[in-house]
Design a protein around this ligand. Structure first.
Ligand code: CP
Length: 308
């Protein structure tokens, strides 16, 4: 399967076969890192890692991935230090950077912004998060984590909890898991932060049973509970955020009342959605999940450059 030159913008663009292939390449990257730590697979390549919104995991794991593949990178880690501050358009920034590197990874706040960048350039573009839109590499590392934690992607009941309106990770995860015959998606949120209608409609069209609820106890009946942060930075009205923050706090007592062996995931960062007394449980997968991001991002970078 050839991904050379391909943009990674949305998980809705990826077929079941392509998703499984990405999982296989990620596993090979993990093996490679465990054997040789740094490879020279991309020693002649340069990657731009442009982050116009805050990040710890996505940016640092992309930069780690680039370096473990033997490539080099240039970065914008602080939006205030880029010419976007002077009013430069995303397309102009992209066309400029295209002359410096072989691949662009970009996070920025506008839904659809990564597509604008991809349309502006001829080199591959990887979406590191476009506002409240999509976060495809997060969902792909979530799939990789689910395989490692559960042994399968098939026939799972998956609960997504918290800010389903603004949380781009759960948008991407809904599409990424859809080809694997999920038994049910439980969308658990306050009324104000429900999963967008277009995504619910798409999932129903794919034959997926959707249960919308406000009850975290209902969500704890799933095979996987995927907690998310209330996305403070997306609220126009701070009072609305104050009203909704702390809507769900998963603690050890709640977990103990849920499905045995439920896998607990979170894209991180967390604020207070998971109490720290959950961290020691064997089924608390969220830090392992963050670590898996390096292998998945190594796979994607190597694939879009035609080297894996
Ligand atoms: N999960 C995630 O995207 O984390 P960062 O915002 O720290 O990159």
């Amino acid at each position: 399967m050839n991904f050379e030159g391909r943009d990674i913008i949305s998980t809705a663009d990826l077929s079941r076969e392509e998703l499984l292939h990405i999982m296989d390449v990620s596993a090979k990257m993990e093996e490679m890192v465990k054997k040789e730590a740094i490879s020279d697979l991309l020693k002649d390549k340069m990657v731009a890692v442009i982050f116009l919104e805050p990040s710890t995991r996505t940016r640092l794991s992309f930069e780690t991935a680039v370096q473990r593949l033997g490539a080099r990178h240039i970065t914008i880690a602080d939006p205030k230090a880029s010419s976007a501050q002077k009013g430069e358009s995303l397309a102009d920034t992209a066309k400029t950077v295209e002359g410096y590197v072989d691949c662009i990874v970009i996070r920025q706040p506008m839904v659809g912004g990564a597509k604008i960048v991809a349309d502006a350039v001829d080199i591959p573009v990887i979406n590191g998060g476009d506002g409240a839109g999509q976060h495809p590499t997060q969902a792909l590392l979530d799939l990789y984590t689910i395989i490692k934690e559960k042994g399968t992607l098939e026939n799972l009941k998956v609960a997504m909890v918290g800010d389903l309106k603004f949380g781009r990770t759960v948008h991407s995860l809904s599409y990424a898991l859809a080809p694997f015959n999920p038994v049910e998606y439980i969308y658990c949120s306050p009324e104000e932060l429900k999963m967008p209608d277009d995504i619910c409609r798409d999932m129903k069209q794919k034959g997926i049973t959707i249960k919308e609820t406000r009850s975290i106890e209902e969500a704890l009946k799933a095979d996987i509970i995927y907690m998310t942060r209330i996305q403070k930075e997306r609220f126009e009205d701070p009072a609305e955020y104050e009203k909704l923050k702390g809507s769900y706090v998963l603690n050890r007592k709640l977990v103990e009342g849920g499905k045995k062996d439920i896998t607990i995931m979170h894209p991180l960062p967390r604020v207070d959605e998971i109490a720290t007394d959950v961290d020691d449980l064997p089924n608390a997968a969220y830090f392992r999940q963050a670590h898996n991001g390096v292998y998945l991002r190594m796979a994607l970078i190597a694939m879009v450059m035609g080297r894996a």
